[in-house]
Design a protein around this ligand. Structure first.
Ligand SMILES: NC(=O)c1ccc[n+]([C@@H]2O[C@H](COP(=O)([O-])OP(=O)(O)OC[C@H]3O[C@@H](n4cnc5c(N)ncnc54)[C@H](OP(=O)(O)O)[C@@H]3O)[C@@H](O)[C@H]2O)c1
Length: 295
């Protein structure tokens, strides 16, 4: 099977590249090989490779910067997925795309979001990602959108890396405790995606489009459990035991203003993913231990 992967230098894309190798001939692209803000380049590259499966793990993920670069964020997150979907459909192929918990508003919410909850994003990043989801859905391509949350890894820029750096630089860390969500290790996402692709191949052979047509839709895909950023920081510090141990102070979001608003609650229910594919992701604390080699 010919597979085209985008975002090879990103957290999820980097892990996916390893997971996808057994499935066939993988062309992994970064911004240099296929710039998602350039529709002509997207079309040209896809037509050259003629893949049977396209996996879009690239995105404009700088949540705060997106507030001042809305056109670029829209081009990459909103427009490009629609073009990928159109081209995928023309080839009779399948599209796997990733979305975000920031598609939801988090307002007046205290139980996990399910896929039939209608998104109401409150940031440019969230809005542009949701536009991309809608463009994929509208295209009529066989697709799976995996909506995930609070992605971290030992590479790239993410909360885990920030905390590991700050504990070396400061004796006190002030971290918000009024945003609830679920940290998700990029390897958990790649492993779950790989096991779903394996199932689809076992079911439908290497021509995936019929199998996926029947189950096209959005699926939540995050680790289990929930916490807030302060709780996530606490777990990182407890597992890594820095010396000296910094003080960890819980603060409200109002004491840490950011250009982009974040949902106060964005826990995702994985029930649909588990029911459809039997694929579960580990609890966030277990995944964190594995990521830090502490399990
Ligand atoms: N990070 C999170 O907390 C989070 C949370 C929920 C959902 N998600 C979603 O999960 C998916 C994977 O996210 P991630 O955490 O792996 O993101 P990431 O580490 O930021 O990687 C995204 C990749 O997209 C690439 N990219 C950005 N603009 C591009 C362009 N114009 N053309 C081609 N490539 C471009 C980046 O390339 P460069 O390396 O060249 O910049 C980067 O390698 C995305 O759909 C994201 O929206 C992420």
């Amino acid at each position: 099977m010919r597979i085209l992967l985008t975002g090879k230098n990103g957290q999820v894309g980097g892990e996916l590249e390893k997971v996808l190798t057994p499935f066939g001939e993988v062309t992994a692209t970064g911004r240099n090989e296929m710039d998602l803000s350039d529709p002509n380049q997207i079309r040209r590259t896809i037509r050259q490779i003629s893949p049977e499966l396209i996996i879009n793990a690239a995105a404009y993920t700088a949540v705060d910067k997106a507030e001042s670069e809305p056109e670029l964020a829209l081009a990459v997150n909103g427009t490009a997925p629609g073009i990928l979907a159109e081209e995928t459909k023309k080839l009779g192929a399948v599209l796997i795309h990733y979305s975000t918990d920031y598609a939801y508003s988090g307002k007046m919410r205290s139980d996990p979001y399910i896929e039939s909850d209608f998104p109401a994003p409150i940031s440019v990043y969230g809005k542009t990602k949701f536009e991309g989801d809608q463009a994929v859905e509208r295209s009529g391509v066989p697709y799976l959108i995996f909506r995930t949350s609070w992605v971290y890894s030992m590479g790239g820029n993410n909360f885990l890396k920030t905390i590991l750096r700050l504990v070396k630089e400061r004796d006190e860390l002030r971290i918000v405790d009024d945003q609830l969500g679920t940290p998700t290790w990029c390897r958990s996402i790649a492993d779950a995606t790989g096991s779903i692709i394996r199932q689809l191949i076992d079911k439908g052979g290497h021509s995936l489009s019929n199998t996926v047509s029947d189950i096209s839709g959005v699926y939540h895909m995050s680790c289990g459990g929930q916490t807030n950023w302060h709780g996530f920081a606490r777990a990182i510090i407890d597992l890594t035991s820095p010396d000296p141990m910094p003080r960890l102070v819980a603060i409200p979001s109002s004491d840490y203003p950011t250009p982009a608003a974040r949902p106060a609650y964005s826990v995702l229910s994985n029930a649909k993913l588990e029911k459809t594919f039997g694929a579960g992701l580990p609890h966030w604390e277990e995944a964190l231990k594995q990521c830090l080699n502490k399990s």
